[in-house]
Design a protein around this ligand. Structure first.
Ligand code: ATP
Ligand code: MG
Length: 450
């Protein structure tokens, strides 16, 4: 919302003014400057200042010291928070992740420690003047991601920048400067030297911030895909039957699917499921005598592998489970038109069905384009479940026990059958359910007199 965002900007400006009134330099810095120059609403406003962190803490009544050793303080102002960081230059890096020491410095050095030229600018919010020590404006106009300084050295300092370069290039539809790109390609095999949490967060951002297809094409081009997700890289060249997949091999199909991900509409779990839905196809490929290629069992077999990959990317167990479920069921809807009404109600009444149908829509659109089974499911779901969600089962385990059954493997099966009968309309009351049970599944005769 434009209005809400400009209120955020006004509050950030108030923070800058208060720092200036106390005699310090203060500027908008980094991503928010880039976004404003692009005409986009920044997600957040970061402020760079000559004031030391201790002074920032004194000036503002409410602050959180989020990184004092780096001079970073979170200032809370009118219900919003702003990162205020002292100008600094970074010392040598350890672990290809963070500097051993920082030295508080001036705006020029603070620009030079940042990753890419377009992320290295400052803005004076009172005058509108852009302060650009690193050539960010020219690169922004040309649409180029370029490392500040020597690319190889900068990527070696912090390997996460390899992925950030790809993410920004994809998000804005820009190119990567050739020298910067060559350094990314050279260093790609070393990306795993940093924590998988950070890698996973970046990969998910590439998947969910828009232009995921371009992001993954860039990851493949520079070799990061092969290192981070070799299972996806291996989909390149895996042939499919042209009748179902006129688009080409499995990676081509997967990239077309990624192209259909929309910001805000598709969450992390769905995006990961889209990426991973065919991950096990290479191992399942079989050529039949008539020349057609089948991938029998790739949904079920793909599910645990997809979950493992999510866990490797340090996603939560819940996300991994949801992704596995989506992968396991991504072709189930094809049988929907032939399902008994109870099976269909049960299928369409599952909690994750919206996401599953969304995955099937994206999958079909990226292949033959045949949406008949998807549309059938959407229509049936509206018809069967719109006003009437899946009911509570009339027959429960306790009824079975009461009527003389012993808990065991048959239990679930009997309860499922009873629920089916209920969904078909055959059973409508608890009493009817109990009679159905006595009739169809009489309890084993335990108490008969001798
Ligand atoms: P986004 O819109 O994704 O938030 P951003 O550019 O604001 O993009 P942040 O991670 O919020 O990215 O970081 C804010 C600024 O801090 C960046 O614009 C950049 O100047 C600097 N920065 C962030 N991460 C790094 C890094 N790993 N190495 C160097 N500079 C970085
Ligand atoms: Mg940011």
């Amino acid at each position: 919302m434009r209005g809400a965002v400009s209120r955020t900007r006004e509050r950030a400006l108030a923070v800058v003014r208060r720092l200036r009134a106390a005699g310090h330099e203060a500027l908008f810095a980094g991503g928010c400057v880039r976004d404003e120059l692009l005409g986009l609403d920044p997600d957040d406003y970061d402020i760079a200042t000559s004031a030391p962190a201790s002074v920032v803490q004194e000036i503002f009544p409410r602050t959180i010291p989020v990184g004092l050793q780096f001079g970073v303080v979170l200032v809370l102002h009118e219900g919003e928070s702003f990162e205020v960081a002292t100008f600094r230059r970074d010392g040598a890096y350890v672990d290809h992740r963070r500097p051993v020491s920082v030295e508080f410095s001036d705006a020029r050095h603070d620009a030079e420690r940042r990753d890419f030229t377009v992320n290295g600018m400052f803005l004076d919010p009172e005058t509108g003047q852009v302060i650009d020590f690193v050539g960010g404006r020219a690169d922004l106009a040309a649409g180029v991601i370029r490392a500040i300084g020597d690319p190889q050295a900068r990527f070696d300092e912090d390997r996460l920048r390899l992925l950030r370069a790809v993410r920004f290039a994809a998000r804005f539809g820009w190119g990567i400067d050739p020298t910067t790109f060559a350094a990314i390609t050279r260093l790609a095999p070393t990306i795993t030297g940093i924590a998988w949490e950070r890698i996973g967060d970046e990969v998910v951002k590439i998947l969910t911030e828009g232009s995921a297809r371009r992001g993954f094409e860039l990851l493949e081009d520079c070799g990061l895909l092969q290192v981070l997700l070799p299972e996806i890289a291996a989909l390149r060249g895996v042939a499919q039957s042209p009748d179902h997949h006129p688009e080409g091999d499995v990676l081509t199909h997967t990239l077309l699917c990624l192209e259909k991900l929309e910001v805000g509409r598709h969450d992390e779990a769905l995006a990961l499921a889209v990426l991973l839905h065919d991950v096990v196809k290479p191992a399942c490929a079989e050529q039949r005598p008539d020349g057609r290629i089948t991938f029998h069992g790739h949904c079920e077999r793909g599910a645990p592998i997809a979950a493992d990959i999510c866990l490797r990317l340090r996603r939560s167990r819940d996300t991994a489970d949801r992704v596995a479920w989506l992968v396991a069921h991504h072709l189930r809807h094809v049988d929907a038109p032939r399902m008994r009404i109870a099976t269909l109600k049960r299928f369409l009444g599952q909690p994750g069905i919206d996401q599953l149908l969304e995955l099937t829509r994206i999958d079909a659109l990226s292949a033959s384009g045949d949406l008949a089974a998807y549309e059938f499911c959407v229509a049936k779901r509206a018809e069967l479940l719109a006003e009437e969600p899946l009911p509570e089962p009339l027959l429960r385990g306790t009824d079975l026990i009461e009527l003389g059954h012993r808990p065991g493997p048959l239990f679930r099966e009997i309860l499922d059958r009873a629920f089916d009968a209920q969904l078909e309309g055959e059973i409508t009351t608890v009493e009817a359910a109990r009679s159905w049970l006595r009739e169809r599944h009489p309890a084993p005769d335990r108490g008969a007199p001798a």
